[in-house]
Design a protein around this ligand. Structure first.
Ligand code: ADP
Ligand code: MG
Ligand code: ZN
Length: 481
């Protein structure tokens, strides 16, 4: 029988924090500025420049720690991680090492069988980002450029235990972590811009073997799909290597998204290679328990709790709850709509069908999403009052929620008002019946399922504006049923 293999994965996630200024200086963290315009002596590492810790970074780290059930250290320390690279002018990165701000938390996911599973979080620490190298691609370019705008931008590094056992578990963990950070409002979660980057550590072992295999670390995977692809490729590569009698070497690898494979980048450095030591320019960080409690009290409702509450309070299908709770802003839109008197399922349908899909679309820049709840509530009221048919509301009105006009104004302007007046409908109903004598005869003879046919005729004549309930009643009466 072929050996059963098990994949073991631990993730290191780097999250760029949404502070206005950098972690050790007052420079702006804004993305996309012209190169080297957000720099100063501190973040460019000029001799003698001294770092000053940004309090907001610590507060954000505390939020992440509490949201992932970590224990906050009363005292932690910054350390220098020494290495040379052109995007790191100081020659060291300020990080945390033996005393991180927080340790030993967890995050709950489901395993591949759908059973609940708790994934350990080893530690979360604060550090500064490095700059960025640009490699010009024009013909003959044989140089690289350095942009230090990103140098000294605050990061959290969130390290998981090697608890993940499949590519699906790993991407689910990363997704949930991203969701929490975005909910907390401390990271924008934008993987394209590198605000969230994942390093995946992977090893394999024979099923039942308690010892961990030698791992490879796949650097900077920038989408959840790539993460799954990279892990699956790497698992197969390692199993094949071992089955062929070879050995896995501890190394850093890169994922080539175009070819769907991982490639060796360099042999993995060990912690002692970095010559970590406490940064003499920064005092030990002491956090009073009162601060932690203040942060805890101010935490927003987190995604899992919100989903559970939505399920309880609104009784929506799982799928609706999932879609509405993808962001705090969307969940808020839903609750506001319900507060304005729209039944939960109706509110969910309108929002999921016509409002949430516009999120993030370039064409919706400037859309006032916060106007959607009132618009939906107005439209719902118009339908309830019989002032517009549900069908026309869905096909002609809802799409205009961001137009700045009220639902009422749109109904009037487009002439969509529902015709419920029997006087106005009488001639149309009579004509429909007169035009189809055979069907009328059959209806009178008991083929009452033809009711829909006649109502359909009237709807066609009125471009959908006739009130179907009223027409129903009129046709029945006219044909004597
Ligand atoms: P480093 O900082 O050098 O990358 P760490 O010991 O901090 O090393 O581990 C980093 C990550 O690697 C953690 O997420 C951990 O869970 C994971 N990891 C450690 N050993 C293994 C292994 N044998 N297989 C898979 N993942 C591992
Ligand atoms: Mg690492
Ligand atoms: Zn600076």
């Amino acid at each position: 029988m072929a050996t059963q293999w098990e994949m073991v994965v631990g993730l290191e996630v780097h999250a760029q924090l949404l502070t206005r200024t950098k972690i050790f200086c007052g420079c702006s963290t804004a993305f996309g500025a012209p190169p080297n315009t957000h720099v100063c002596p501190v973040c460019t590492g000029l001799p003698g420049a001294l770092p000053v810790l940004n309090r907001q970074v610590v507060e954000y780290a505390l939020m992440a720690a509490l949201a992932t059930h970590c224990t906050v250290a009363r005292m932690s320390r910054f350390a220098r991680k020494n290495y040379f690279y052109p995007d790191l002018p100081k020659g060291y990165q300020i990080s945390q090492y033996e005393l991180p701000i927080t340790e030993r938390g967890y995050l709950d996911i489901t395993d591949d069988d759908g059973a609940p599973k708790r994934v350990g979080i080893t530690r979360i620490h604060m550090e500064e980002d490095a700059g960025k190298l640009l490699h010009p691609e024009h013909a003959g370019a044989d140089y690289s450029l350095v942009d230090l705008n990103r140098a000294c931008v605050p990061l959290l590094e969130i390290v998981s235990e090697p608890d993940l056992r499949s590519s699906r578990e790993a991407s689910q963990y990363a997704r949930k972590l991203r969701e929490i950070l975005v909910y907390l409002g401390i990271c924008d979660g934008n993987m394209n811009e590198g605000s969230l980057r994942v390093d995946a550590n992977v090893s394999v072992r024979r099923l039942g073997d308690p010892t961990l295999g030698t791992r490879a670390e796949i650097k900077n995977v920038n989408s959840f799909r790539f993460l799954e692809q990279a892990l699956e490729f790497e698992r197969d590569r390692q199993i094949e290597r071992i089955e062929d009698g070879g050995q896995i070497v501890q190394e850093t690898r890169l994922f080539d998204a175009e070819r769907g494979i991982t490639l060796s980048m360099r042999s993995k450095e060990e912690a002692h290679d970095y010559r970590y030591f406490p940064d003499p320019d920064l005092l030990p960080l002491v956090i009073e328990p009162e601060w932690v409690e203040r942060v805890r009290a101010a935490l927003p409702e987190l995604p899992d709790a919100k989903r559970a509450r939505f399920q309880r309070e609104y009784g929506l299908p799982d799928n609706d709850t999932e879609l509405l709770c993808q962001s705090r802003a969307d969940a808020d839109l839903f609750e506001e709509t319900v507060r304005l008197g729209v039944p939960a399922k109706t509110a969910a349908n309108w929002l999921i069908g016509s409002v949430l899909p516009e999120r993030g679309k370039e064409s919706s820049v400037g859309y006032a999403f916060d106007k959607a709840p009132q618009f939906i509530a107005d439209m719902h009221r118009l339908i309830e009052q019989g002032a517009i048919s549900a069908n026309l509301a869905k096909n002609e009105v809802i799409g205009l929620w961001s137009s700045g006009k009220t639902a009422e104004a749109i109904v009037a302007e487009k002439g969509l008002a529902q015709i419920s007046d029997t006087g106005a409908l009488k001639a149309i109903v009579d004509a429909a019946i007169a035009a189809h004598p055979k069907e009328a005869e059959a209806f009178r003879g008991g083929k009452t399922q033809l009711l829909g046919f006649f109502v359909g005729q009237v709807m066609k004549q009125t471009q959908g504006k006739a009130n179907p309930g009223v027409v129903n009643e009129m046709v029945r009466r006219k044909l004597g049923s």
